[in-house]
Design a protein around this ligand. Structure first.
Ligand code: ARG
Length: 621
């Protein structure tokens, strides 16, 4: 419906312009053109849209708002295309303008989407057609997941993985070239500690692949960290080891490579299960660019040496007692840190190819605890002059994952939860629920079916539970809640898709497959032309279906996948109300076919929407 909203906005602006030519010219001159303030109607009884601009203009124009609204309405009548788009506008209260789209237009919009694989969502290429801007072709980077080598991938990384993947899918669907970067923690002091420790306790791990397993490696890392903190001699050796590694010593490099490989394979198993793709570009990738960061900052006059460390002091933020806060770029011992790597990454990502990625939007998905880190490095990058016009760096923070007790998620024994176990448990619980349900319904299904449904629903539940929360808040992990068949859950949404597939099995014609090659009419041919709707439940569903494009646009701008979840949940509820209250298969034509068209479009919208969240759907469950 975005296209219609834009058309209406243009017409309203033109009407205002013609109603008040002098004021409009003056406002344009001042850089803030008269705004009709078009917005979706806040209540269904107001129609589809409302325009409340008259109220704000009363002072500027020296007229009562109702008079202004009347003048706009008078001009609208003469506006080309308006009568085809809208019914007679209604002026309400002190001067609100309520606008209702023509029902036949809405029905035609629904029909146009039958079999359209994009469901009315334009691609960036279509939008910028003729504009020739670089915006559409420049890659968007989503930096997500990003676990650390030789450490366990934890639930925080799982959140980043799930949210980052959903954002990447939305951006890809819109037609942006997306780089899905896994900024793996594969460099730095931790390797010095680990290699030093392993040389003493398990030297075979440094020369032979898989000599120890990852669980042991994590334990070794913990021991190494303890020794590093407690034992000065160990610390000194570990630091020498880092220098050797960073200097390219072949023995150290080989050991490092083995350790990374082993972790990498473990991470990959999780990505494979979740069907999430990522390109690994770890911290080590930026090692050759660290010196240049220091040189650039020096040249920009930003570097200050403070107690031997090279820093940039931040503007607009201060620490305890108003002391200025630094971003440390190079430590007094010459070493670089997490922030330096991120600065090098920004510089590389924004630089034009072939020296860099040429990105114009870089999105970082991490826990909210890193907000200050990113605010700091973003500021330094901006002041260093690395941001080309129109480029943006965006931190997408999320809250903690908590157990049902509101504390940090732990196993019963008090250990950190392993992701593999967490996914296994979701699938197992799903399987148990399914077997119970099958027994109750006296249905028999083969094992392959049970396995497939349990896997799909279990993983969908884990992803959806995470995505449906506003990511900024902490989130309580509960298997019972995420697997429930009622409420804003994956099973509820998947069930709506299954319900519609059931309509087809009962003889409802839902049309052929969607296709991108202009064969839309083939899928639409199965339905009446024009579609005919009479019941309020039908119109409610029509209006809900037509919101999809606006929701996608919103997620692209605000990077909040929970908006898409809320929409899909609302759509399922509106659909279920429609299907429970209005006969479909038993209705007469053209109602029957028109209602089946709504079923088809609902299923397509749910499938596409869930697909953008990285969630697969089922035909039966
Ligand atoms: N490895 C980091 C961690 O586990 C996350 C990295 C996020 N990305 C970045 N460019 N800093 O917390």
């Amino acid at each position: 419906m975005l296209r219609l909203a834009h058309a209406l906005d243009r017409q309203l602006r033109a009407a205002l312009e013609r109603a008040f030519p002098q004021a409009a010219a003056a406002a344009r001159e001042a850089g803030s053109p008269l705004d009709p303030q078009l917005a979706p109607a806040s209540k269904p009884e107001f129609g589809d849209f409302q325009a409340n601009g008259a109220l704000g203009l009363a002072r500027t124009l020296g007229l009562p708002p109702r008079k202004i609204a009347e003048a706009i309405v008078a001009q609208l009548a003469a506006e080309p295309g308006f009568a085809e788009l809208c019914q007679e506008p209604v002026i309400a209260g002190p001067g609100f303008l309520n606008l209702t789209l023509r029902p036949e237009l809405l029905a035609a919009e629904v029909r146009a989407r039958l079999g359209d694989p994009r469901l009315g969502v334009p691609s960036v290429a279509e939008e910028t057609q003729g504009g020739g801007g670089v915006g559409a072709a420049a890659p968007v980077i989503v930096d997500f997941s990003s676990p650390n080598i030789a450490k366990e991938m934890h639930v925080g990384h799982l959140r980043s993985t799930i949210i980052g993947d959903a954002l990447a899918r939305v951006l890809e669907f819109r037609g942006h070239p997306v780089l899905r970067l896994n900024h793996v923690g594969d460099w730095g002091t931790q390797f010095g500690m680990l290699i030093t420790h392993l040389k003493q306790v398990a030297p075979e791990a440094l020369t032979t692949a898989d000599a120890v397993d990852l669980g042991d490696l994590v334990a070794f890392y913990r021991e190494a960290k303890k020794r590093f903190d407690d034992d000065a001699a160990f610390q000194a050796t570990a630091r020498e080891e880092v220098v050797k590694l960073q200097g390219g010593d072949p023995v150290s490099l080989k050991a490092w490579g083995l350790l990374c490989d082993q972790s990498r394979r473990e991470f990959q198993k999780i990505y494979d299960r979740l069907a999430i793709s990522l390109s690994e570009r770890g911290e080590s990738f930026y090692n050759p660019y660290l010196e240049a960061v220091v040189a650039d900052l020096e040249a920009a006059g930003l570097l200050v040496v403070d107690q031997g460390a090279k820093c940039v002091f931040l503007e607009g933020v201060s620490g305890k007692e108003g002391a200025p806060l630094p971003v440390i770029v190079q430590k007094s011992d010459g070493g670089f840190n997490y922030a330096t790597t991120d600065l090098a990454a920004i510089r590389y990502r924004l630089a034009a190819p072939p020296e860099g990625d040429g990105a114009r939007r870089v999105i970082y998905v991490t826990d909210a605890g890193q907000a200050n880190h990113f605010a700091g490095v973003f500021q330094v990058a901006r002041r260093a002059g690395w941001l080309p016009a129109g480029a943006s760096l965006e931190h997408v923070p999320f809250g903690l994952v908590q157990g049902e007790d509101g504390k940090k998620l732990k196993t019963r024994a008090g250990d950190t939860v392993r992701l593999r176990d967490l996914l296994d448990e979701a699938v197992e619980r799903c399987e148990a629920d399914l077997r119970r349900r099958l027994a109750e319904e006296e249905r028999t299904e083969d094992e392959a079916f049970i396995r497939q449904v349990a896997t799909t629903v279990g993983l969908a539940a884990v992803k959806y539970a995470d995505l449906s929360q506003n990511r900024i808040t902490n989130y309580q992990f509960s298997f019972d809640r995420m697997l429930a068949l009622q409420g804003n859950t994956a099973p509820y949404l998947l069930y709506a898709v299954v319900r519609i597939a059931g309509i087809a099995r009962k003889g409802g014609e839902l049309g052929g497959a969607s296709s991108g090659d202009g064969a839309t009419s083939e899928a639409a041919a199965a339905f009446p032309d024009p579609l005919a709707f009479t019941e309020p439940q039908e119109w409610a569903l029509v209006r809900e279906l037509l919101k999809f494009d606006a929701v996608v646009a919103e997620v692209e701008a605000d990077l909040l996948p929970n908006r898409l979840c809320s929409y899909l949940f609302e759509l399922s509820q509106v659909f279920n109300r429609f299907y429970d209250q209005v006969p479909v298969l038993k209705a007469e034509e053209p109602s029957r076919g028109s209602r089946l068209a709504l079923c088809r479009l609902t299923a397509d919208t749910l499938k596409l929407g869930l697909g953008l969240l990285g969630i697969e759907t089922l035909e039966r469950m």
